[in-house]
Write a protein that binds this ligand. Sequence first.
Ligand SMILES: [Mn+2]
Length: 254
Amino acid sequence: MKTLVIPDLHLKQSFILPIFDNLIKESKVDKIVFLGDYFDEWLLTNNTDLYYQEIDYMYKWIIDKRANNVDVRLLLGNHDIPYLTKYYRHYSHNNDKLSDYIKDKLFSLGIQICIEIDNYLLSHGGYANNSIPEDWHFKLLDERDINKLIILENNVGISRGGTNLVGNVIWCDYDKDLLVYSNEYYPKQIVGHTPQRKVTNNNDYWCVDTFSLNSNLIPYGNGEIIIIDDGKINVLKTNYLNIINKVLNENEFI
Ligand SMILES: [Mn+2]
């Protein structure tokens, strides 16, 4: 079984997702897991139209893949939670109508906190310090989970400006939490959340957040991605840098 893992997109769905179309067909990808953080990009958090455009694009793209028998799963990132709870952060858009729209789309696609694939535990930030996923983390979220999400989002680790010693699954920093406070119960994990120059692996803790931009919208990562192929991780190069540089140079972000 082949699983394509797609990290943090941050409102760049409409030019990143097409990169995978040929790969999915040619490599016969069976499953796709998104690692969360679909929303919010530096300097663009007031651009309401961009939020609608990118969630609509992603929604249609996923429905199309599912129609072609690809099993697509969505995980939840810290940048997605404010649109479910309406507790907005300084980096969120703060429009209730937009939040209702996003929540409807995410719940109808189905979204969860973590998933296990070929003995790898996949989540947005990771489970550090021997923390164990709760049962509800593996299930599709719904309205009844909102209060639990509020608690999860309010418990921030020191690594990301909070007071908890170690970040939880939503906030866990790859370098400062997961690699420092390991997890003997889950020694194989795949996460996004912490921008990387390239796909990074330390003792089978993989961080694949290679699509993130600097605060001045300069690409930080090289756009590599991974496919889990029957338990083996294959790192693949993409033409992400060409595409993102063209978009940025020609100012195609709306
Ligand atoms: Mn992110």
